[in-house]
Design a protein around this ligand. Structure first.
Ligand code: GLA
Length: 508
């Protein structure tokens, strides 16, 4: 038979508003390579409302050239458009004061409808510590404040988010880290040199907040920077690595995102990140190390559990090099910066596996700048790439459509599969794509049929192309949650513009 055609899984939806992207991004000028000197000129001008310590940081941090590309072959310009060596990138003088708009009214608020969650089969480990003690045995899952709230982080907000993670079913779906990004800190260290939270934003201190989050069965993440200041101009951890790691451990912190702004004069990126990585290991508490150096470097793989592979995401489909499509291309092995890379080439996927993951940046699902169809694609492609799933929306008030995307147990199971293989595009078409990911189990694969074009289109996957050797295979549609039965040879689906059809396929 063959040629079965399924309906699309589009949920329609429309882009509303737009969550004021830009902000922290600065202008990316590294396309085409050779972004010498760090062209980023300042990030957002917002931030003041959130009480953001301004401070001259190296604005527009991730956008400019790649700072201090030390060794390795990772010298392409940011994004993947081509070659030149991205030197410099220190881009001083920007006034990246807070980046994202303050937003976030931080008024607690109980989250959406309760749900019992529908954790389906597949793996049971979700990004945490396994019995064997490995951190991030599967891609970390959680939530981060930055994409939606920028500098508007407060104790009230974080407690409200933690509550909503439970009541909305996000926790049951596997999300466990509640990560506070930049601008939680006081504007200076205390008289003993200790890092401290802003007293106005976190009047109860971080230990009490960690206790609250832990009481929900969740984990707490914090943010710092390998330089003298964070990207928002608050105190960085340079030369305070041991002290800060001990402080985090004493508060009960479980996760550290470590950024790349304001490097100290004469410092070295690898040394700086290694110092914090070692300090965390010595701190006496398992703390997941999320390296945020805006680029892949070979030295990151033994050091962190995840590392950003590119610049900051914005809530846009394909506007510029911060858009979803650009970050997908960068992380996904498509049009890769690795010379000679092509479909099916190893690309960054070769570096992903249990305990260490490529991070194409956090999710924008539910933030309003893309349609629900596009968010479905975003989530599906992050899942097939075994990317960390760090939600970035207001989970206290998300729509049913957003919740359905973020808690899709079938799709999450693909991301969390215990083999830990990063899926890749395998088609020759660069507009109507087929991606596949080997899953645990004999002849078992996830497939994403992805339509980049502006019209709906049929996309076909042949079983042979993904590695299935039997004549037929049994397929399940992971968005409509329907079993499609045993199908011979290949499957064709009508895929909406900017949408996906996602399958689990098992050879018969
Ligand atoms: C950098 C990071 C972002 C975010 C901001 C905070 O731009 O890449 O993810 O943490 O800093 O200032």
């Amino acid at each position: 038979m063959g040629g079965a055609t399924s309906g699309s899984t589009s949920t329609g939806g429309s882009a509303t508003g737009g969550a004021a992207t830009g902000g922290n991004s600065g202008t990316l000028q590294a396309l085409g390579g050779n972004a010498s000197g760090g062209t980023a000129t300042g990030g957002g001008s917002a931030g003041s409302a959130a009480g953001g310590a301004a401070g001259a940081s190296n604005g527009g941090n991730p956008a400019g050239g790649v700072p201090q590309a030390t060794g390795g072959a990772n010298t392409g310009g940011l994004s993947n458009r081509g070659g030149g060596a991205a030197t410099g990138g220190s881009a001083s003088g920007g006034t990246n004061s807070g980046g994202k708009p303050a937003g976030g009214s931080a008024t607690g608020g109980a989250g959406g409808a309760s749900s019992t969650g529908t954790a389906s089969g597949g793996s049971t480990v979700t990004g945490g510590t396994t019995e064997s003690g490995m951190l991030a045995a599967t891609p970390p899952m959680g939530w981060n404040s930055w994409n939606k709230f920028g500098g508007g982080v407060t104790d009230t907000l974080v407690r409200g988010i933690a509550d909503a993670m439970v009541s909305s079913g996000m926790q049951a779906a596997g999300y466990q880290y509640i990560n506070i990004d930049d601008m939680w800190q006081a504007s200076s260290r205390d008289s003993s040199g200790n890092i401290a939270p802003s007293a106005s934003k976190f009047p109860n201190g971080m230990k009490a907040l960690a206790d609250y989050v832990h009481g929900k069965g969740l984990k707490l993440g914090l943010y710092s920077d390998r330089g003298t200041k964070t990207c928002a101009g608050l105190p960085g951890s340079y030369s305070y690595e041991t002290k800060d790691a001990q402080t985090y451990a004493s508060w009960g912190v479980d996760y550290l995102k470590y950024d790349n702004c304001s490097p100290a004069a004469g410092s070295n990126i690898q040394t700086d990140y290694t110092n914090m990585g070692n300090a965390l290991k010595a701190a006496g508490r398992p703390i997941l190390f999320s390296i945020c150096a805006w680029w892949f470097y070979n030295w990151e793989t033994p050091l962190g559990q995840m590392w950003r592979t590119g610049t900051d995401i914005t809530d846009t489909w394909n506007t510029d090099s911060h858009s979803f499509i650009a970050l997908l291309n960068n992380n996904g092995g498509w049009s890769s910066r690795y010379s000679g890379a092509s479909y099916g080439s190893p690309g960054l996927a070769q570096y992903a596996g249990p305990g260490h993951w490529n991070d194409p940046d956090m999710l924008e699902v539910g933030n309003g700048g893309m349609t629900d169809t596009e968010y479905q694609s975003h989530f599906s492609l992050w899942a097939i790439m075994a990317a960390p799933l760090i939600a970035g929306n207001d989970v206290r008030s998300m729509t049913a459509a957003t919740k359905n995307i973020l808690t899709n147990a079938d799709v999450i199971a693909v991301d969390q599969d215990l083999l830990g293989i990063q899926g890749k595009p395998i088609s020759t078409s660069t507009t109507l794509e087929v991606w596949s990911k080997k899953l645990s189990g004999t002849q078992t694969y996830a497939v994403v049929l992805f339509n980049r074009t502006t019209a709906s289109a049929d996309i076909t996957v042949t079983w042979a192309s993904i590695g299935i050797t039997s004549a037929s295979a049994t397929a399940r549609d992971l968005w409509s949650h329907t079993d499609l039965g045993s199908i011979a040879t290949q499957y064709t689906a009508t895929v909406p513009s900017h949408g996906v059809v996602m399958l689990k396929v098992v050879g018969d």
